[in-house]
Design a protein around this ligand. Sequence first.
Ligand code: HEC
Ligand code: HEC
Length: 469
Amino acid sequence: MKFRNILLSAGLLCAALTGCGEFKSEFSLNEKTTNLMPEAEDVVKEQLHEYFGTPEDLVGWLKFPIDYGAEETVTLRVKSFEESASGKIVLDVAADEQADYQGGSIKVSEEEIYQISSHDPSSGTVFVKPGIEAKLKTGDEVTIVKRHGGWKLKRGRNLYMKHCVHCHGVSGDGEGPTAQYLSPLPRDYRKGVFKFTSTISTEKAARRDLAQTLYEGIQGTSMPSFKLKLIGDDMEAMVGYVRFLATRGEFELRLDGEFGVDYSKDVVTRRIKDEDEKITRQEIIEEFRSMIESDLPDLVDSTATILAEDWERAESPDVMVVPKKPRPEPTPESIARGRALYLSKDTKCADCHGVTGYGDGKQTEEYAQMPGTTPPITYAKPGLYDDWGHPIKPRNLHSGMYRGGRRPIDIFRRISAGIKGTPMPGFGTSLNDDGKIWDLVNYVMSVPYENNSSEIKHAEKEVAEHTVK
Ligand code: HEC
Ligand code: HEC
């Protein structure tokens, strides 16, 4: 673990520390990167390595609002010092029941740093690995590094490797070995897009949203709850590591976007063939290299600034979806208003979820257009697709299953902010009326309790009455 721009000795010492070298896995590249011409691919690879490191030797880029875990130290005096028979050196420091120096180190001077191999808080005894040359004497002052800078990110990484990697993959690409058996697929974090948030539709997920997903799991999917496994610091560390992977992934995608315009393999082939441009491969490579020489530092900096600001903004209370009115009682009137709105042209909920709410609206039979294709290309199979290009079904509202949480406020937020990265739109702006959204919530929450046959008759009657205005 090291920090960008600050070469911490902890980073250099990594090979000697426990926890390093445990993960022989590598971060993989996005296919958008491997579709670049080799010279551009190399630049993306180098930048990722420099600013984010490897799973074994992480780099914390201080520009981002990620809590990497600051160094924590305590200064103590030596009571006694002896070289033990086991080859360890015993250092007796003042007893402190609360202390936990396990995994920390003893700093005698800037050059002399020794890793603590075990610690007995009741006696204040600390064992260090052999090697202290200048013997310590009673009364000497030593600094105990209880936690090295970056400890939280490392802990997040360790927890991720234990609990998440088999589904979400080392790079957070959603391609862990178990993923192929799952539907829906585990999230690919690398777009920086998370579905279930308390923030408005245009903003990223706040820390609390990621923590809620980890706490509750995602009902009706294989995403488990980690309520019992991630406690205290561990939950924060896990959220931080998900953010780290998401930021790394999005940074890569943004560089791919910048370079892809002129330097993807396809574009380069096209440019060489283009009679008007009259350019050779060698000239394209030279053009790319001179662009890199002049623009790369600015490009890297501005890309990171945008990302840092986006993640920072998600924490602001200004972008949180907070209803201005409390939820009205789910009276038959409120439910009827909600249903009318559900069937109306203002929302088109029924186009996806179906008139009767079974998730079988007409859009599930139409051919959707692939985003970013000109001329437009439609998907081979009808139905809806998410931003990751996977087929997705509108929820069957009779199931009573709410992936983003079952509290009325959760459903309010889903309708107001939408489900990010999916076709489920946010209605906070278009309806601009909390009363209407609450009516929709009351309607949605009544659907699982509707009586089947009378409900269908009811629906048909209402469709006729409202003639889907
Ligand atoms: C058994 C497989 C599995 C494991 C293990 C797993 N996940 Fe997931 N996770 C999923 C699936 C599937 C989804 C997507 C659900 C969906 O799209 O509705 C998901 C989604 C997510 C999301 C996205 C939430 C959103 O709003 O978009 C986050 C964040 C996440 N998981 C984090 C984690 C973390 C952190 C761990 C480990 C502590 C973990 N997951 C372990 C399967 C798993
Ligand atoms: C363009 C299609 C589309 C429209 C329009 C649409 N939805 Fe959805 N909706 C979806 C899809 C797709 C999902 C499933 C997303 C997922 O969980 O990955 C969904 C999920 C939901 C959920 C489940 C939330 C959860 O936490 O699991 C609710 C509730 C919902 N929609 C209500 C509505 C209401 C009410 C409207 C109209 C105000 C509406 N939807 C309009 C496509 C749509």
